[in-house]
Write a protein that binds this ligand. Structure first.
Ligand code: IPE
Ligand code: IPE
Ligand code: MG
Length: 225
């Protein structure tokens, strides 16, 4: 049976969830942040799951209206301030990925603090993808290793990426069937699951069902069984 050691989720549909309820888009982000906690705690309690990588803010999301971006930055600050306790209580290590230099100095400091304060935790690794884009990640990795005289190997590139771990199970909520620049290298052999559920409505029960379906898939990695 497959083990979903590394689960990655494109948490999509917050804005539509709020709009369907006649509320402002940002309300969807607020409720979505609570779902992040529930899903993270669920994964931390599951011995098979080692990593949970969540797409929180893409390199393309800066294109959104200024007020929505500002709200998302404030929400991230609030989330990290309040979640340190959750991380420590559940032995979760926080390892952000993405180019963090784009964030304000105070937000960068909070991100660094939470990372350092949870560095000793050896349970689930929760990675939030923040100002993350796979193209940007791959380019930054290449620029880091390009001075090497030898040819670049797969292992060298993989090790230079923000996320150095292949994804087993990639889930996208919100009904769209695309990767939106998420973990393009690491998801080369991931099993892809798409659900119409909007992220604020996503539950641990649905995640459990997806994991159950995932365990039954025959993964061949190009070979024959
Ligand atoms: C995902 O939800 C959260 C972020 C991208 C920050 P969206 O905000 O994209 O919600 P929809 O897709 O517009 O409904
Ligand atoms: C992907 O969702 C990014 C995150 C979930 C953070 P988007 O809503 O930004 O993606 P597109 O625009 O539908 O591709
Ligand atoms: Mg979206």
């Amino acid at each position: 049976m497959n083990r979903a050691k590394h689960i990655a989720i494109i948490m999509d549909g917050n804005g539509r969830w709020a709009e369907l309820k006649g509320q402002k888009r940002v309300k969807g982000h607020e409720v979505g942040a609570k779902v992040v906690r529930a899903i993270t705690e669920f994964c931390a309690a599951d011995n098979d799951i080692e990593r949970l990588t969540l797409y929180a803010f893409s390199t393309e999301n800066w294109k959104r209206p200024r007020l929505e971006v500002e709200y998302l930055m404030k929400l991230l600050q609030k989330y990290l301030d309040s979640e340190l306790e959750t991380y420590l209580k559940n032995n979760i290590r926080f390892e952000p990925i993405g180019d963090l230099r784009a964030f304000s100095t105070s937000l960068q400091k909070t991100i660094k603090d939470v990372k350092e304060k949870t560095a000793h935790c050896d349970g689930l690794v929760q990675s939030l993808a923040l100002n993350y884009g796979a193209h940007d990640e791959i380019l930054r990795a290449i620029n880091r290793i390009k001075k090497c005289e030898d040819d670049i190997t797969q292992a060298m590139l993989s090790n230079a990426l923000d996320c150095k771990h292949d994804v087993d199970l990639l889930i996208r909520t919100g009904g769209d069937h695309r990767l939106s620049n998420f973990l393009l290298w690491q998801a080369a052999y991931a099993e892809l699951f798409f659900t119409d559920t909007l992220w604020p409505d996503f539950t641990t029960t649905e995640l459990e069902r997806i994991i159950k379906d995932f365990t039954k898939i025959e993964r061949k990695f190009g070979g024959l069984k």
